[in-house]
Design a protein around this ligand. Sequence first.
Ligand code: MN
Length: 753
Amino acid sequence: MDEIKHDGSYESDYQPAQTEILQNGGYPMHTFDDVKEIFSIYIHDDNDTKLIRKAYEFVEKKHSGIFRKSGEPYVQHLIEVAYICASLQAGPITICAGFLHDVVEDTDTTIEDIKRLFGADCARIVDSLTKIQRLKLSKRTEEEFEAEDHRKIFLGMAKDVRVIIIKLADRLHNMRTIAALKPERQRALAKETLEVFAPIAHRLGIYKVESELEDLSLKVLEPDQYHKIASSLNEKIENRSKALNLLKKKIADILLEHKINFEIESRVKSIYSIYKKMFVKGHSFNEIYDFLALRIITESELNCYEILGLIHAQFKPLPGRFKDYIANPKSNMYQSLHTTIIAGDGNIFEVQIRTKEMDEIAETGVAAHWRYKEGQNYNAKQEQKEIEEKLHWFRDFISISNESKDQNAQEYMDTLSKDIFEANVFIFTPKGKVIDLPNGSTPLDFAYRIHTKVGDSAVGALVNGVLVPLNTVLKTGDVVEIKTSKSAPGPNESWLNIVKTNSAKSHIKKFLAKKNEDVIRVEKIARGKTILFDFFRDRGYDDNQTMSLISTENLLKNYQYSTLDDLFVGIASHRPTPGAIADFLKIKRNDVKEVKLFKKENLEDDNCPVTVDNQTGFKINLGNCCTPIPGDPIVGYVTKGMGITVHRITCPNISNSKSRLIDVHWKTDLGIKSYPVDLVIECTDRVNLLSDILNVFNSNKIKCTEISAKLHPENMTTSVFAQIYVSDSNVLLNIFALLKGMKDIYDIKRVIH
Ligand code: MN
């Protein structure tokens, strides 16, 4: 049984309960040469080796005379941390920083010293680690500290993953030597390890560290369960050893016969993963038949599938247990073929088939990525980018970290746990790509994870080929295809209750806010169009003619709009007025091509407040453009049909047609009629502006038929447009005076269209 290695442990298996405190937690004490032996397998540059040795010799001197609670010299901790980094195949800078990780905090060494002796890259890593460490010293309450600390670790991680790899190695060694601490400190450390560090190791794919951290934590938190499972496991392995060896031999014979290169080893499931199956999922120990696995390591992907075929031909596979993580890698890059077979004697075994590289990634995850890349040209940012591309969750992770700067730490932890640690349904795209989502996610979350455009245009979803509503809760293994439509209405308020991921939620919120803006814009375009078309119709142009008149680049350029729609929005806010546009286009009233014939009979309008030197028989209208009211200085304009339109003398619409002007007068007996006036009130923006203005109108019994406001965010002013009805210019002057006396109003104008 000596070839059976308990997954994740480095030296030995189940430690009996410790009553006395053993040096280095009872683990073998490594030397610098042991570390060197490991990294020499993959680090060949002499300069790298020299630098690592220099780091070791430096800390040996600096920490000399200091001992750990478990009795060994402090440098032992540093050697073990570097040893773990090296067994994760971390690069030379990471191993150096592993040796140096406590030297700034615990000795008189400064970051500047590190930079000078070991380079800027190494100094940056040690600096981050020191900052993380210092947080512990300034902790106020245990709870506060934990969340705060976690947060800093994650931010450090977002900058450089090497920091977290060293932090994981540091924590692993501290967990191995935890027996030296007080029981309550042990529990706190174990809890934090289980809740924070093991999931990070999982997310980075460092299975080796993850499973050992979990087992060590369980040993502290649930010692009885831990030892019970450990002894049942040993017993079971004992009983199975004969069957296992037989199976191994059989498989080896088959593979030899087919001339496939392979290594074969057996693996025991970690105690913590058995604990989870028993106590979280409620299985009994005997129901767990995959506690023992055969692992076949071969040369190529093709070999993997070949071996799978040969094994399935020889042994009966258990239905529903085959998993192809080669075609569909897990989100932490894990690749392997898994199948469970029934051996000839009825024993059930899991078989894992993978290549050497896949095995390396499965054990050490992202840690191994550095070993080829660290060195002269190592670029932390570039590396980060590559990792991000490989681990799609990482981007979400970073954006959560950045967004959360101002939230309190506890809230941050909640968001983090929710989106990252509790994440875990694995959904497939029709092409077999794995998408990893939080529990309770729906096809909409899936759609938004694919692309925000897919989410926005989603109209339905096929889950495992069946059309389902968008709020269906997804489960691991579902194959999801999103039905989209170009004419999809897009997100609505109720979608916020359907999605589970924060990223989808925040996108939908943004979309809705923008849609609201769009609706207002559409209304403004329509209003601007109506104003302009009415004005031009009055001048004899139909809407099509008006459109072609204004469709000139010059016009848009003159008013600094880039599209006609923008121009209409402007017109709706009287910037510019249609009158000004007509002026710009040199369109005069006398350009009118055709008007209805004026009929002299029954035209006298008694209601008209204006007369033409006591003559009758004219149809007299008040101009819509300048809306004259009794008291205004006015002039008449003779239209082609012999009608008269009354304008204020300041109206720009009559300035080019002096020959057709005629004197007109306000009648003296006007009664109680009132007339519309359009106003633009310029104000500094503030709350209650519109209601204060309406109050002025109300208390003076002025009818207001329309009021709207446009904010100019660039200078925080607001233009208020209002249409009011007044009987004459004196009343209007009074209103002007009242409005001008109001706080924050600095200008009032009558609008000329
Ligand atoms: Mn340490």
